[in-house]
Design a protein around this ligand. Structure first.
Ligand SMILES: [Zn+2]
Length: 427
């Protein structure tokens, strides 16, 4: 769709008010949930089940509580600033102001949606980074360093930022161009065309990301011939998992966090963080890998992809009704309409629906975690998984006290104590 001038008419601001109201409601709701979590983090006396399970001291408990309290307070403060800026941007017509400047200031072709869209995204990117970058640096180098929880150096974080920005410069134009092209090509069946587009993008990124992007940030080495390698290979063989190689990633250069995951279309590679190998016994690592293989066995990545496709289908189907509506554009102060701006406006209108999708996705993800735990347990690794999870939890310095509503709204994994309870019940 080309860029079309909208005929002069009386302006109703209804859509703008819907978006602003939703931003305010969401902000209040999330801050309420965060306040509940702050309450949990203010608990001074360690509950008995934490002491019994983790064997940590009262001093360690207090330190962890203080760290998460500081972190969350800072998050709440930055959230307030970001929300205020977002509302000002919408109410003061900053978006149409930037859109018009893509021609007058950036000298883009007034009829090229691609050129103007690119300039617009560039300004938005800068605006967001100006807030996010100092926040992230403060979070890592002041709060996390205060509690000695971050391994990342200033230089490494800076180089990460440079690489991310460079990737942005390469990929955003390609994605924007393809998006506009597919939207144009799809016509009335735009939502179906988008489905294919997103599916292809998902497949391409699952191939490109672990093979070409992740290595820009971390080093991968094949696991040496050890007992551990034998044990994992045997496990994979027993489960018919098409294992190609086992890689070790230098996760310790950024943090003490540990993890394991797998990737690949047909033959798969398992990745273990070096921190995982250094801190867990072989049996515990095998149990953690068995949990990951549970995700594969139950086809969790595919189910997530199907859910994502349904979400895209619904989103773009509804978008079809709005993309030509003059009222939506006028409501936000635009005098021209185009697919690019229409998408940006529609996605903010679609936010409430998106929040519901997110809540459902988190719920699904927690269910999958239990299922993968059950899978590991069924292969006789339940007790190793439990001791491994406890070690990982301690090593990752995970939050000890979690409010149930906070957990429900934000977390993709059940808490350690929920998982231990579940695994105990299975045995
Ligand atoms: Zn998992």
């Amino acid at each position: 769709m080309a860029i079309l001038r909208i005929k002069e008419q009386e302006v109703s601001y209804s859509y703008l008010y819907i978006v602003v109201s939703y931003i305010v409601i969401k902000y209040l709701l999330e801050q309420f949930i965060n306040l509940r979590q702050l309450d949990q983090l203010s608990v001074k006396q360690m509950p008995i089940h934490i002491e019994q399970t983790l064997g940590i001291t009262q001093k360690q408990f207090k330190r962890s509580q203080r760290f998460y309290y500081d972190k969350l307070s800072f998050e709440m403060y930055t959230k307030s600033i970001k929300t205020a800026i977002e509302i000002i941007v919408i109410l003061c017509g900053v978006m149409p102001f930037i859109w018009e400047r893509t021609v007058t200031f950036f000298k883009m072709d007034p009829n090229s949606e691609f050129q103007r869209g690119l300039a617009y995204i560039f300004v938005e990117f800068l605006r967001l980074k100006l807030i996010d970058v100092p926040n992230n640096f403060y979070n890592t180098h002041v709060i996390e360093k205060r509690y000695d929880l971050s391994q990342i150096s200033f230089a490494l974080q800076f180089s990460d930022l440079v690489i991310e920005s460079a990737l942005w410069v390469v990929f955003v134009p390609i994605l924007l161009y393809s998006y506009l092209y597919v939207a144009e090509l799809g016509g009335d069946y735009f939502f179906i065309a988008m489905q294919f587009f997103v599916l292809i993008m998902a497949i391409v990124s699952s191939l490109v990301y672990p093979n070409y992007i992740q290595p820009l940030f971390n080093e991968f080495e094949e696991l040496k011939e050890t007992q551990l390698k034998q044990a994992i290979s045997q496990l994979a063989f027993r489960m018919n998992f098409p294992l190609e190689k086992i890689l070790v990633m230098d996760g310790s250069k950024r943090s003490d966090h540990s993890n394991a995951y797998f990737f690949g279309m047909y033959s798969k590679r398992i990745v273990l963080y070096d921190t995982l190998i250094n801190n867990l016994t072989n049996e515990e690592i095998v149990a953690v890998v068995a949990h990951e293989l549970g995700h594969w066995k139950y086809r969790h990545p595919y189910i997530k992809l199907v859910f994502f496709c349904i979400k895209i289908l619904i989103t773009f189907y509804i978008f079809g009704f709005y993309r030509d509506s003059d009222v939506v554009f006028l409501s936000f102060g635009f005098k021209e309409k185009s697919i690019f701006i229409g998408s940006a406006l529609f996605f903010s209108l679609f936010e409430p629906m998106n929040t519901l999708f997110q809540i459902f996705e988190l719920h699904l993800s927690r269910f999958f975690e239990y299922q993968a735990d059950m899978f590991a347990n069924r292969h006789g690794l339940g007790s190793y998984l439990m001791s491994g999870l406890i070690k990982l939890f301690k090593q990752n310095s995970t939050n000890l006290m979690v409010d149930p509503i906070y957990q429900w709204y934000y977390n993709s994994h059940p808490s350690l104590f929920e998982r231990l309870k579940y695994l105990n019940k299975l045995r």
